[in-house]
Design a protein around this ligand. Structure first.
Ligand code: MEV
Length: 445
C-alpha cells in the first residue's frame, strides 16, 4: 500500500511513534501540533496513564469545561450539580431554572423501577410447545449455571429478575429470544448482564443438545448474539415541578404569568404532535442530562439511545416532558428511562467522575437518576421559558460574545467596553473584531 495515510501496526507503535506518524502525515506544521498534543497531557504521569487506559491509540487528552450548577432543590435536598458540556448557555440556563424552582418548592422526583434488560437472540427450528413445556426446567438451569456470575450481585440485593422465552417467528422465521430482566443495584450493570447472557447462550445450547424431550433434528440451534438492551423502559425516573400559575411571576418584556403559562403549555403540546419540534425539544432535555451523565462517568450514548426510543414508544417521536394547567396550577414534568451507575466502570476510575459523585454526596444509582432527571427538566424549562419569551438568541449571543472576546485576546477593560457597545448591536466575529481594533487604535492615539 503506497498511500502514506494508511498504516498497519499503528496500535503497536509507542505513544510518541503514534504522534509522530499522525503529525507528520496530516498536519502542515508537525512540530507545532506535536507540542500542542503534548501540552494537553496531564502533568502527573500516573494520571495520564490512567486516562490513556480508558481507550486505545490515545495520543492526547481533549479538555472540556467542567462546570457546576448550584441551587438544585430535589425532594427537599439541595445539590450543586457537576456538568461537562461545551455548549454555552446550558449551565447558565440550568442554574437559572434551578433557582427559579428553588423559590417555588423545588423539584420532586421518583423512581418507579430500576430493571435492566438483556436478550439472547437465537434461531431454532424445533417445536415451540416442547420448549415451552420444559421452560421451567430450562429457567432453573439457566439460573444455576449463571450462579457463579450472579453470586456477588445477589449479595448486594440484585441479580436476575425474570427470564422469558419470546416467540418472534411471526416477524422472522425461526427467531426466538430469551429475554431477561436484571437488578444491578448501584452499577450500570452492562458487564454483569452481558456475562450472564453469554452464559445463558451456552446453557441453552447444552440444554437443547441433551434434553430427552427434543428429537435429533431439534437439537441444533443458532445463537445469533447475546447482549443487553439499552432500551430500559422499566429503569425509569420522573421529575416534576408545580406552582400556582400566579406564582410564576412576570417574565421579560412584562409578560404576565398566565400568558407565559399558556404559551409554555402550547410549546410542550407542539413537541407532542410534531417530531421536528420534539427532536429539538428533547435535545434541550439531553443538554442537561448528558452533561451530568458525562460528569459522573456514565455512558451518555446508552442514555441518549434509550431516551429517544422511549420518546417514540407509541409509534410517534414525542416530547419526553409534559405540562398541564389545571385548577390554576402549572405542572411540568419529565419521564425518562436512565440506566446509570455510581459504582464500577468509569464512575470509580475517572478522577473527575469520582469528584462529581463526591460533590453530589456519593449518591446511590437511584439518587443519581433523580438528580439527572431534575437537571433535564430544569434545562427543558429554561429553554422553553426563553423560547416563549425573549427567544434564545439574546442569551446565546451574550455567551458567544464572551467566547469571541477570549479568542481575540481582549483584556477585561476592553471586554467591558465591547459588551456595552454591543448591547443594541448584532454580534458577529467580524463586527466584534473590528470594534476591538477600533477601540485599540483609539487608545493608542
Ligand atoms: C439548544 O441547544 C437547545 C434548544 O434548542 C432546546 C429547545 O429548543 O427546546 C434551545
Amino acid at each position: 500500500m503506497s498511500d502514506k495515510k494508511v498504516i498497519t501496526g499503528f496500535s503497536k507503535l509507542s505513544k510518541m511513534g503514534k504522534i509522530r506518524w499522525v503529525v507528520e502525515n496530516f498536519f502542515k506544521d508537525p512540530e507545532l501540533v506535536r507540542r500542542e498534543l503534548m501540552s494537553y497531557w496531564h502533568h502527573d504521569e500516573e494520571q495520564q496513564k490512567l486516562l490513556e487506559g480508558f481507550s486505545e491509540n490515545t495520543i492526547s487528552n481533549f479538555p472540556m469545561p467542567y462546570c457546576v450548577a448550584p441551587n438544585f432543590l430535589i425532594n427537599g435536598r439541595t445539590y450543586v450539580v457537576p456538568m461537562v458540556i461545551e455548549e454555552s448557555s446550558v449551565v447558565a440556563a440550568a442554574s437559572s431554572a434551578a433557582k427559579f424552582w428553588l423559590d417555588r418548592g423545588g423539584i420532586k422526583t421518583e423512581v418507579p423501577g430500576t430493571k435492566k434488560v438483556g436478550q439472547v437472540h437465537f434461531t431454532w427450528s424445533g417445536k415451540l410447545e416442547k420448549l415451552q413445556s420444559v421452560f421451567p426446567e430450562l429457567e432453573a438451569t439457566l439460573r444455576k449455571d449463571a450462579a457463579p456470575i450472579t453470586a456477588n450481585m445477589e449479595k448486594r440485593g440484585g441479580g436476575i429478575d425474570h427470564i422469558q422465552l419470546v416467540d418472534m417467528t411471526a416477524e422472522e422465521k425461526g427467531y426466538y429470544q430469551l429475554r431477561a430482566t436484571f437488578e444491578t443495584c448501584d452499577s450500570m450493570g452492562a458487564n454483569f448482564i452481558n456475562s450472564v447472557l453469554e452464559q445463558f447462550s451456552k446453557t441453552l445450547d447444552q440444554f437443547l443438545a441433551s434434553h430427552p424431550v427434543f428429537d435429533e433434528d431439534e437439537r441444533d440451534l443458532n445463537i445469533i448474539m447475546a447482549i443487553l438492551s439499552n432500551f430500559t423502559p422499566e429503569c425509569l425516573v420522573r421529575a416534576s415541578v408545580e406552582c400556582k400559575i400566579e406564582d410564576l411571576g412576570t417574565f421579560p418584556g412584562g409578560m404576565d404569568a398566565s400568558t407565559f403559562a399558556n404559551k409554555f403549555y402550547k410549546a410542550v403540546r407542539i413537541a407532542h404532535i410534531d417530531p421536528y419540534r420534539a427532536t429539538t425539544h428533547n435535545k434541550g432535555i439531553f443538554n442537561g442530562i448528558d452533561a451530568v451523565v458525562l460528569a459522573t462517568g456514565n455512558d451518555f450514548r446508552a442514555v441518549e439511545a434509550c431516551g429517544h426510543t422511549y420518546a417514540a414508544k407509541d409509534g410517534l417521536y414525542r416530547s419526553l416532558s409534559d405540562c398541564s394547567l389545571e385548577g390554576g396550577v402549572f405542572r411540568f414534568w419529565l419521564e425518562v428511562p436512565l440506566a446509570l451507575g455510581t459504582v464500577g466502570g468509569l464512575t470509580s476510575l475517572h478522577p473527575m467522575a469520582k469528584r462529581s459523585l463526591e460533590l453530589l454526596g456519593n449518591p446511590s444509582a437511584e439518587e443519581l437518576m433523580q438528580v439527572v432527571a431534575a437537571v433535564g427538566l430544569a434545562q427543558n424549562f429554561a429553554a422553553l421559558r426563553s423560547l416563549v419569551t425573549t427567544g434564545i438568541q439574546s442569551g446565546h449571543m451574550k455567551m458567544h460574545l464572551t467566547n469571541i472576546l477570549i479568542q481575540l485576546g481582549a483584556s477585561e477593560k476592553e471586554a467591558d467596553a465591547i459588551r456595552k457597545a454591543f448591547l443594541d448591536k448584532t454580534i458577529s466575529f467580524t463586527a466584534v473584531r473590528e470594534a476591538l481594533e477600533k477601540l485599540r487604535s483609539e487608545v493608542e492615539v
